[in-house]
Design a protein around this ligand. Structure first.
Ligand code: EPZ
Length: 418
């Protein structure tokens, strides 16, 4: 089993570059299936979740090739509308193939998806939306079957919560449906906007992505396209949190600065100096951070739930108390337990976590329980006394192309050993 060994108390200094966004490229790869075209994606990060998407596409009959961070997909050869359970269980985003396959093939048979364990993650919004678009959906023996032999038809759909995945499934399915779909209370995340940009680049007709109401005029024909995936905003937060907790100076290039607007004020409040120029963010951290009054995770443009664990790790050694309220997932504080093993003082109760900043953390063996918790432990390890051992690092690989190599290039000392 591979583990990370993070030597603490080393300052970081230098420049890092963000990779393509995991949460953008995954629905885009699923959307390739609906277009049935040749697609060339640039800035496609090398992540295990991306490998799974490519395996699903290959299983469906598509041809996929990777050269560095370019990935070519030919979805013209797609000949299957079923995704087997071992592939579905590898990640949450596998469910986005449901809309793509139903729209493209008139049928789809999938199982329930896997993904990070953050509490209950139902898919009722996805299934209800496909029903609204005219598909017959059945759930039996763990199989989800969708059937729309005459094709999908546009509809008015109102989500009771702006689910990212459901919005993505709807954009993809409705882009090939007959007629107009009007989606209200849609997710406004930048990755949803990137997906709409991709689909439009392939010939779809989607307007309003990034706002609460999205209008999708279904089209019959798509065309080949070349597309560059947006930068990963959570990778940027990870780099900045690493710099902040170690009292360092760091510049992160190729970021989407606008997508960071809910997180950067937290760094400012904690005492960091932050400068944005073009697509770069520079951070200069004080010797010790200040606690932050209240962080509430919200759908975009609010503070992202994916940044919660990273910022919590960063504030574990801040002066004063920080309070978190997790509003998106029912159980996303597992990292708090691991951080406490390192000497942090974090109390959680339901959706709330109270972080009493401690003078310092000490190293000990800890376990990544999901993707962002793993990255948060790495951030904490950078500031801890001694060498922190992190297990289950496969979680981290799902969402970061080269996190420890990147941090090592600016002064960290992180080793990966069996
Ligand atoms: C996406 O997950 C991201 N994953 C998550 O990234 C991210 O945390 C999340 O959006 C919120 O921003 C990908 O993009 C692959 P949701 P998703 O549907 O689509 C409830 C990371 O670390 N809900 O917006 O699964 C649900 O239970 C991760 O990169 C329903 O009730 O998130 C949750 O409470 C992990 N019914 C809330 O909505 C549904 O049918 C948000 O879920 C769907 C969702």
């Amino acid at each position: 089993m591979e583990k990370l060994y993070v030597e603490g108390k080393r300052g970081l200094r230098g420049e890092l570059v963000c990779h393509g966004a995991k949460n953008s490229v995954l629905p885009i790869l699923a959307a390739c299936a609906v277009t049935g075209q040749e697609v060339l994606l640039h800035n496609c990060p090398a992540l295990t979740d991306v490998d799974i998407s490519l395996q699903i596409l290959a299983h469906l009959g598509c041809e996929c090739r990777r050269e560095g961070n370019d990935v070519a997909v030919d979805a013209g050869t797609l000949c299957c509308a079923q995704v087997p359970q071992p592939l579905m269980l590898q990640m949450r985003s596998s469910i986005v193939f449901l809309g793509a396959l139903t729209a493209r093939c008139g049928e789809a048979c999938l199982t329930y998806p896997g993904g990070c364990d953050l509490g209950a993650r139902p898919i009722d919004l996805h299934l209800d939306a496909l029903r609204a678009l005219g598909a017959q959906v059945t759930e039996e023996h763990g199989l989800i079957s969708c059937s729309a032999p005459e094709g999908l038809r546009g509809a008015s759909i109102a989500l009771y919560f702006p689910s990212v995945g459901a919005t993505e499934n709807i954009l993809i399915a409705a882009s090939r449906a007959r007629g107009r779909t009007v989606l209200t209370n849609a997710a406004q995340e930048p990755e949803v906007v990137d997906l709409a940009r991709f689909l439009n680049a392939c010939g779809a007709n989607i307007s309003g992505a990034g706002e609460s109401t999205i209008v999708i005029e279904g089209v019959e024909d798509f065309h080949p396209c070349e597309f560059t995936v947006m930068p990963d905003r959570i990778e940027a937060v990870t780099f900045l949190a690493a710099a902040a907790i170690t009292g360092s100076v760091l510049t992160v290039h190729k970021t989407d600065v606008d997508s960071l607007r809910a997180v950067l004020p937290i760094f400012l409040e904690s005492g960091c100096q932050v400068t944005c120029q073009g697509d770069s963010v520079s951070l200069r951290a004080p010797e010790r951070l200040n606690g932050v009054k209240m962080i509430r995770t919200m759908p975009y443009p609010g503070f992202s739930t994916d940044a919660q664990a990273l910022v919590m790790a960063m504030l574990a050694t801040a002066k004063g108390t920080s309070v978190f309220v997790e509003n998106i997932f029912e159980n996303r504080y597992k990292h708090a337990y691991e951080l406490n093993k390192m000497g942090a003082n974090i109390k959680t109760e339901g959706r709330m976590a109270v972080v009493e900043g401690v003078e310092g953390l000490t190293s000990c063996p800890v376990t990544a329980t999901d993707l962002r918790s793993g990255a948060a432990l790495l951030v904490a390890g950078l500031a801890a006394e001694g060498v922190t051992e992190i297990g289950h690092i496969f979680h981290i690989r799902r969402g970061y192309q080269s996190l420890w190599d990147d941090l090592n290039s600016v002064g960290a000392k992180i080793e990966q050993r069996d």
